[in-house]
Write a new protein. Structure first.
Ligand code: GUN
Length: 291
């Protein structure tokens, strides 16, 4: 029995490492089978410049591919690479039969037009799901390649049998990479959705309505316990590096875990799912090309 006023943690943990591992194991088997049919899924990862976080991501993506049996090549280009040189490389990779997936790590240096680069990737090889064709397919309910982080969130909900149909989902953050696509995926699965952002007037009241709350704003600890509906499912997409070197999510785990029914930790929640879904998309792209 707890003392009056004292709250205990009630939320169950959504374990992204566990789910990512199970997806990766499954993909490994699928890659083995594809290889028996003479198909070796392949990805090209392109990094321009030396952004330290990007360098770690690219290294991790390469290792994850190789451990799953996927052919992976890395193209590291200097910071002062011209836009046209990058576009030439993408054109070459578009034609390369060995490559089923092309990923250009973001952010790009400011002298390069990101939208132009993303648009240059063949939609069939767009394993990030950032191409406007794939975005358009997602928004119109057609089959395509979808962004990895939002897709990973959906897989987490599915793994734990967390219902979405008829639920009220609040998404905090309206990025093209997470907020907008995850809203469409939840809508597709019959959730009612609300999107909050920096200009939202009554953030707390809207968050309190959420049966599902997705925090993807990139502001450490901004979602606190008093913003959470009792029994909500809270998904924390934030990966914020604090001054002390520690990683922090957008969710204040301490206070939120006392009211939520389910919560993703940081690290070990959504993070591991992004790479797992990148592998998934690469295998899917290889299968699609080979009928
Ligand atoms: N930078 C941060 N996240 C991502 C991602 O998911 N894909 C790419 N290409 N770049 C990123």
């Amino acid at each position: 029995m707890s003392d009056e006023g004292e709250e205990i943690m009630t939320a169950k943990i959504i374990d992204g490492r566990l789910v990512a591992k199970s997806i990766r194991e499954e993909l490994k088997g699928e890659v083995e089978n594809l290889k028996k049919e003479g198909i070796e899924p392949g990805i090209a990862v392109v990094l321009v410049g030396e952004n330290p976080a990007s360098m770690v991501y690219v290294k991790n993506k390469g290792e994850a591919c190789r451990s799953t049996g996927i052919y992976s090549e890395e193209h590291r280009l200097p910071e002062d690479t011209s836009e046209s040189a990058l576009l030439d490389l993408i054109e070459r990779l578009n034609r390369d039969r060995r490559i089923h997936g092309i990923l250009v790590q973001l952010p790009l240096p400011s002298h390069i037009n990101k939208d132009k680069v993303l648009k240059a990737i063949s939609p069939d090889k767009d394993v990030d799901g950032f191409h406007e064709i794939n975005m358009g397919r997602l928004f119109t309910g057609q089959e395509g390649l979808v962004p990895c982080t939002p897709f990973g969130i959906i897989k987490l909900l599915e793994y734990y049998n967390i219902p979405v149909d008829g639920k009220f989902a609040v998404i905090v953050g309206r990025s093209n990479i997470v907020g907008k696509p995850v809203a469409m995926m939840l809508l597709q699965r019959n959730a009612t959705i609300a999107m909050c952002h920096t200009r939202t007037a009554n953030m707390k009241e809207i968050c309190l309505m959420g049966d599902i709350l997705i925090a993807a704003a990139g502001r450490p600890g901004m979602i606190t316990g008093e913003m959470i509906k009792e029994g909500a499912v809270v998904i924390d997409v934030g990966i914020n590096r604090l001054d002390n070197g520690k990683l922090a999510g957008d969710v204040d785990f301490e206070s939120v875990s006392k009211r939520a029914a389910w919560i993703t930790p940081v690290p070990g929640g959504v993070g591991p799912m992004t790479i797992a879904m990148l592998l998934y998309n690469t295998v899917k792209a290889a299968k699609l090309r080979n009928g």
